[in-house]
Design a protein around this ligand. Structure first.
Ligand SMILES: *Cc1c(COP(=O)(O)O)cnc(C)c1O
Length: 458
């Protein structure tokens, strides 16, 4: 089969491309989320079926149960879509199959460095920030916090990358509303989820109370600690005051890590960039590509202002990895992974394809849709906002909605298929989130979304 597939490669790829195109063109009409049922179990065949027969089986038996998450009315989580430029480049990434770990006779690492420079420019970050692409913001948080942990160890005279954590006290991580992925990162780093030292939020907000942060930093009396700031939260898109946090961290010798998974994109629009003012003074920043950059999954990025420390943390030396005369940095010294997908290509192509204006447009149109939905909700008698709409997320509830009622409403919406929303709990109330992060979403979609929400109330 392999030999036959080798001969039929062009046809196999062309047919898959046609199929993908048809899927994308219909993405607006497919149900936003597909009802789930047990899939037919596949058994490993003794002799293979070949690419075409296997793909046909997939299209017939499994594809109907994929979600419309690439479409315009999937508003669950913060999912994003993929632009034409990013999809085309991602296809090519698979075809090229480069390993962006080492120079190894390929330009892949050099393209990644360019992609990082383009991102830095998009977000107006100082050139002192160096970074790497990772699989998503979870790994970006892991990487940034690993560098913070290395800094903390060195402040205490221990090179953690070499000696581990034995004998060290707990590392306090001061945070108000950390994302679960940052907690997972702390657990993986051997610091533990309980490393979080909670900082109170401002009244009625998810943002950190800076006066409380100052008091807590003072209480540590100059001992090295990490401040984990949010830009922004997933429930209500609330931002910590990064400028104030950076000033306090400087004053008290603390490390500032900012989880800016999608909030970093506020920097793309003059209307919203005030939310991330001061982020350029952070020590490390984690963000996502597969959300608001609208590139396919498997893309996040991490920036730090401490390259030597960063590379000490992830140093991967071996005689067979000797860079020899190479002058381009080896990116495996900056990330947990060694072999690495050439995920820089979709980033590089998408940034060239749409430029600063393109990303400003996506951010402003998504935030405009969120604002319009928020406006509609605040004037309706069936729904009420749980928080003001600051960016691209609408956090709301059914008026006097119980947990069961909210669940039933969401189930009804899911079955209806016109829009996909996900549940939350906010301020002790069962809530619903609508997160706008897809370049395709228009105000026409908003009208469809509102109609679906009305129809599913009964
Ligand atoms: C999505 C998200 C993450 C985790 O990102 P993944 O891409 O799922 O790894 C971390 N922090 C925030 C604020 C997020 O929204």
């Amino acid at each position: 089969m392999l030999a036959l597939d080798g001969q039929q490669q062009a046809m196999i790829l062309e047919q898959a491309a046609q199929h993908a195109i048809a899927f994308l063109e219909a993405a607006g009409e497919r149900p936003a989320a597909a009802a789930q049922r047990p899939l037919p179990m596949a058994a490993l065949p003794e002799s293979g079926l070949g690419a075409q027969a296997s793909l046909e089986r997939f299209y017939a038996t499994i594809e109907p149960y994929l979600s419309g998450s690439s479409g315009p009315r999937y508003l669950g989580f913060v999912t994003g879509g993929s632009t034409p430029a990013a999809i085309a480049a991602d296809w090519l990434t698979s075809a090229y199959d480069q390993n962006a770990a080492l120079i190894g006779g390929s330009a892949a690492c050099a393209v990644e460095l360019q992609a990082l420079a383009l991102l830095r420019s998009l977000f107006d970050l100082p050139t002192s920030f160096e970074g790497a692409l990772v699989t998503g913001a979870t790994m970006a948080n892991f990487t940034g916090l690993a560098v913070a942990r290395q800094w903390w160890g060195e402040r205490r005279g221990i090179n953690i990358a070499e000696a581990g954590l034995a004998g060290l006290p707990a590392l306090p991580v001061l945070s108000a509303t950390p994302h679960v992925s940052a907690l997972k990162a702390l657990s993986m780093l051997g610091l533990g989820r309980r490393a979080i030292e909670p900082v109170p939020t401002l009244p009625g907000r998810e943002a950190m109370d800076m006066a409380a942060l100052e008091r807590q930093l003072q209480a540590h009396q100059g001992a090295p600690v990490v401040v984990l700031a949010s830009a922004c939260t997933v429930n209500t898109a609330d931002f910590d005051d990064l400028e104030a946090a950076a000033a306090l961290c400087r004053q008290h010798g603390a490390w500032l890590h900012v989880d800016a998974a999608f909030g970093l994109f506020a920097a793309c629009s003059p209307e919203y960039s005030h939310w991330v003012k001061g982020i350029g003074q952070a020590d490390s920043i984690a963000a996502d590509g597969h959300k608001w950059l609208n590139v396919p999954y498997d893309c996040g990025f991490v920036f730090t202002r401490h390259l030597a420390l960063h590379e000490r943390t992830f140093q991967t030396s071996a005689s067979y990895l000797d860079p020899g005369a190479n002058t381009v940095p080896e990116l495996l010294h900056r990330t947990p992974e060694n072999s690495r997908r050439f995920r820089a290509l979709p980033v590089w192509v998408a940034l060239l394809a749409y430029g600063r204006e393109g990303y400003c447009e996506i951010v402003e149109s998504n935030c405009g849709a969120a604002a319009a939905l928020g406006e509609w909700i605040s004037t309706s008698s069936e729904f009420e906002l749980l928080a003001p709409v600051r960016l691209n997320i609408v956090c709301f509830a059914l008026t006097e909605g119980t947990a069961e009622g909210t669940k039933a409403f969401l189930k009804q919406l899911e079955t209806d298929g016109r829009v996909y929303l996900t549940p939350t709990t906010y301020a002790g109330r069962p809530g619903i989130r609508a997160a706008f992060s897809n370049w395709r979403t228009t105000l026409e979609d908003l009208a469809v979304i509102q109609a679906a929400m009305r129809d599913c109330l009964s």
